[in-house]
Every structure is written in C-alpha cells, then in structure tokens.
Design a binder for this molecule. Structure first.
Ligand SMILES: [Fe+2]
Length: 169
C-alpha cells in the first residue's frame, strides 16, 4: 500500500537476519541512544513507552551502504521499542521529514495514523513486518494498538532534516 505518507520501496533489500540482534539483547542493554537521553520526554518520565537504542556497527555499516548511494548522505540508525500505552500522543517529528522503518515485531494489530494540520485523519497503515517502509513524519501522526501481543520492535533510519522528502522506488 503506497500513498503520500506510506511507501514500500522495492529498491531497499531486506536486512540480513544475522545483522539483527534479538529483542532480549537490545532490551537488556538498558541504554538509550545519546540524542534520546536529552529528550525531556524520557528525562522527566521514566515510564515513557518508547526507548531508542544504538545498533551494532555492522548493522549501521550495512544500512549506510544501502542508503548512501540512494540519498547521497549518511543516515542515523537505531532500534526502537514501543510498549502499549495511552500516551502515544499525536505529534510531528521535529528533527526529520522522512523515516524508514523496518518492523521486526509488530506487537499486535497496530495502525500508524497520519493527520492533517487540523488533526483530521488522512491516512493509516498496518505496516508489514520485515519490510522497509518509508514514512512522511513531518506532519501529525501517531500509532494505535488495536491489540497488544508484546513490545513493538523496529529498526529506524533517520535522514538529516536538510534532506527533503524523496519518494524511493
Ligand atoms: Fe514520530
């Protein structure tokens, strides 16, 4: 399902499984990526349901070997864990225009929703597991757990804000 907000680029290969760490390995690190530590949502709220973790260098290298030829810039790579919560506030990402997410475990029937400037729903998608999905995240968006089977676990790629939206094929 491709739209102005969600895109599955066929030019992006699936991540080799041997580059991915297990959920337990990532979760056991209890380590938030450097940028996350400064974010007041984590500093002021220890129960904030999203954690951002560093990836191993070999995964970062592999992802950049795929993205640099396509975008002409290096990208930031992290694991993201989202636990079910009532506080997935509708928000706009301040630091980026587009995101590439590779969902390892969806965590249930989970819908990513996009809204216009008046916060009217304009699009939604249950993003498939183990497939790159390109998202526009400069507009309002949130996620909604219709069912919860466990933490949602993804690799996320962040492009520099200087890069405008480029829909990959
Ligand atoms: Fe976001």
């Amino acid at each position: 399902m491709n739209s102005a907000y969600f895109n599955y680029p066929t030019c992006l290969p699936n991540i080799p499984n041997d580059l991915l760490q297990s959920f337990d390995e990532i979760n056991a690190q209890h380590r938030l990526a450097e940028g996350t530590k400064k974010d007041p949502r984590w500093a002021e709220n220890p129960t904030w349901p999203i954690s951002i973790h560093d990836v191993r260098p070999d995964l970062n290298d592999w992802i950049n070997s795929v993205f640099v030829p396509l975008l002409g810039v290096r990208v930031a790579t992290h694991y993201m864990i989202i636990r079910q919560s009532e506080i997935h506030n509708i928000h706009r990402d301040a630091a980026r225009i587009m995101s590439f997410n590779y969902i390892i475990h969806a965590g249930g029937d989970v819908v990513t929703r996009m809204f216009d400037d008046d916060k009217n729903l304009v699009d939604s998608c249950s993003i498939e597991e183990r497939r790159w999905c390109q998202l526009r995240v400069d507009g309002f968006h949130d996620i909604q757990f219709n069912t919860y089977t466990g933490p949602r676990f993804s690799v996320i790629v962040t492009t520099p804000k200087s890069i405008d939206y480029i829909k990959l094929d």
